[in-house]
Design a protein around this ligand. Structure first.
Ligand code: NAD
Length: 486
């Protein structure tokens, strides 16, 4: 919390088509993680402002839910065109507030646009089904209807893409939406709101409020909110799931991760190592699909570690806006300090530091270079905790059975990948590894928006995952009608 200065930008909220900075005296400084310089100030929304956002979303629901589906889809076509036209600008904004490299930011924006592509298919996706003559003279049908006011709560690590996992599908299904973006990266959310407005969305259909715990608690307990989509860390996901359910909401809560990447003796090392290193250190390890544990199976372990270290040490660490940079900073200095604490502790616990990222990268900004620990065991915090930074733990396993046993011990189950040239190994892995997203010779098992996205165990709380048909089902209620005409 800090005091805003007149010279810096105050990030506005959006309520019922009106843009204005929130009114409370709680104001967060938003730094550029690549330089540490202040880029904006974020005032938090008051209880009254959150109440007003829910009221306008409820009011706008009346006509938006009645707007013909093809017209709602047309708004998404216009939104998609605007996103594509502004792709470079949107990516630069992601880099500025999050720190990731421009190439990573462009990838993020494109992934977000794919969800809009998907949502444009609403007239087909929202079709129901029917059975004529279910009994003599009686027909039955299922139809899909909006659920109501939807709340989206999003994390800092994909400030553009994660809101776009939710917004286009929720809107095209006829719901109205209130976004509470991460208080650390609110700028991309504002830009999304501006483009939705430019795409012709009526006032009140999409709203933005700002803040942290208080804002979230007010939204998830509000009697006029019907559904909650959350993406963030595991503990908060569990809390959101429980509290939202307690208040009768439909809820999906995507949580944290500790993703294992298994490298078999028969893996193509030329392909596998670059993919593994990119998975571990891309976006400075701040991806929910980051490979944070490398499992070397059998004799390949030593060679795997040698090649990981050789490659990791060549990664150019620098500001995301510098086209030469291959890895940017972490989000805040406090995060970097926590990571340094983990490194210090692991050093004293028997794990072997084989690549030390401390002191790597520019002095300004929140940098930590690629760090690799070998000989990590499942009793160490380094194996257990989600570090969410550029720190890779290497575990050794005797065979595929032990590798799968180790990864299945994790309380998380977001992603697991195997590198192998054996179809049998791949098949075993696909059947037995307990994670929602699986990769075979893929470092980041992120599918297109046309498939559902989500994990198992503490990586996900709820029933229906994000994106794909799961999102259509999550953002609609079904009604079954049975009819007879005399
Ligand atoms: P976070 O949990 O700190 O914050 C996420 C959102 O929850 C933010 O909007 C924040 O304001 C809100 N929040 C935080 N603490 C809260 C509390 N106590 N009560 C109510 N609301 C609260 O997550 P983050 O640090 O912004 O993002 C990183 C995390 O998100 C990582 O754990 C990562 O694995 C996870 N993530 C998961 C996925 C996935 O698909 N499973 C995708 C992206 C990120």
């Amino acid at each position: 919390m800090a005091q805003a200065t007149a010279s810096s930008e105050l990030v506005p909220a959006l309520i019922g088509g009106r843009w204005r900075p929130a009114s409370t005296s709680t104001v967060d400084e938003i730094p550029d993680p690549g330089s540490g310089e202040t880029i904006a100030w974020l005032p938090y929304s008051s209880a009254e402002e959150i109440e007003a956002a829910v009221a306008v979303a409820k009011e706008a629901l009346v006509s938006w839910s009645e707007t013909p589906v093809p017209q709602r889809a047309q708004a998404m076509f216009r939104f998609k065109r605007l996103l594509e036209e502004r792709e470079d600008e949107l990516a630069a904004l992601v880099t500025q507030e999050n720190g990731k490299t421009l190439a990573e930011a462009v990838g993020e924006v494109r992934r977000g646009i794919e969800v809009v592509d998907f949502a444009c298919g609403a007239p087909t996706l929202l079709m129901g089904t029917n059975l004529d003559q279910i009994a003599a003279g009686i027909d039955s049908e299922i139809g899909r209807f909006p659920v109501g006011v939807v709340v989206g709560i999003t994390p800092f690590n994909f400030p553009n893409m994660v809101p776009l996992w939710m917004i286009p599908v929720a809107l095209v299904c006829g719901n109205t939406f209130i976004l509470k973006p991460s208080q650390r990266t609110p700028l991309s959310a504002v830009r999304i709101g501006e483009l939705l407005e430019e795409a012709g969305l009526p006032p009140g259909v999409f709203n933005i409020v700002h803040g942290a715990n208080d804002a979230v608690n007010a939204l998830i307990s509000h009697s006029d909110v019907a559904a909650v989509s959350f993406v963030g860390s595991a503990g908060v996901a569990r809390y959101i799931y429980r509290e939202s359910a307690l208040h009768g909401k439909r809820v999906q809560a995507l949580g944290g991760a500790k993703n294992h990447i298994v490298v078999m003796n028969d893996a193509d090392m030329e392909q596998s190592i670059p993919a593994l290193v990119s998975s571990a250190f891309g976006a400075a390890g701040q991806r929910c699909l980051a490979g944070s544990v490398a499992v070397g199976v059998g004799a390949v372990g030593d060679e795997m570690v040698r090649q990981i270290v050789a490659r990791a040490e060549t990664l150019r660490v620098g500001r995301g806006s510098d086209p030469q940079s291959e890895m940017g900073p972490v989000i805040r200095d406090e995060r970097r300090q926590e990571l340094l604490g983990y490194i210090k502790e692991a050093n004293g616990q028997g794990a072997k530091l084989v690549s030390d990222g401390r002191g790597v990268g520019p002095a300004e900004g929140f940098f930590l270079g690629p760090t690799v620990f070998d000989d990590v065991t499942p009793d160490m915090k380094l194996w257990r905790d989600e570090l969410f930074g550029p720190v890779l733990a290497v575990v050794r396993a005797a065979d595929i059975d032990e590798a799968i046993r180790v990864l299945n011990r994790s309380t998380y189950g977001n992603m697991a990948s195997i590198f192998t040239s054996s179809g049998k190994n791949a098949r075993e892995f696909r059947r037995r590894a307990d994670a929602g997203m699986l990769g075979v010779n893929i470092g980041v098992a992120a599918p297109m928006a046309f498939f559902p996205f989500g994990g198992h165990k503490e990586s996900f709380y709820g029933d229906l995952h994000a994106t794909g048909m799961d999102a259509i089902y999550f953002y609609t209620s079904t009604k079954v009608t049975i009819s007879r005409w005399f």
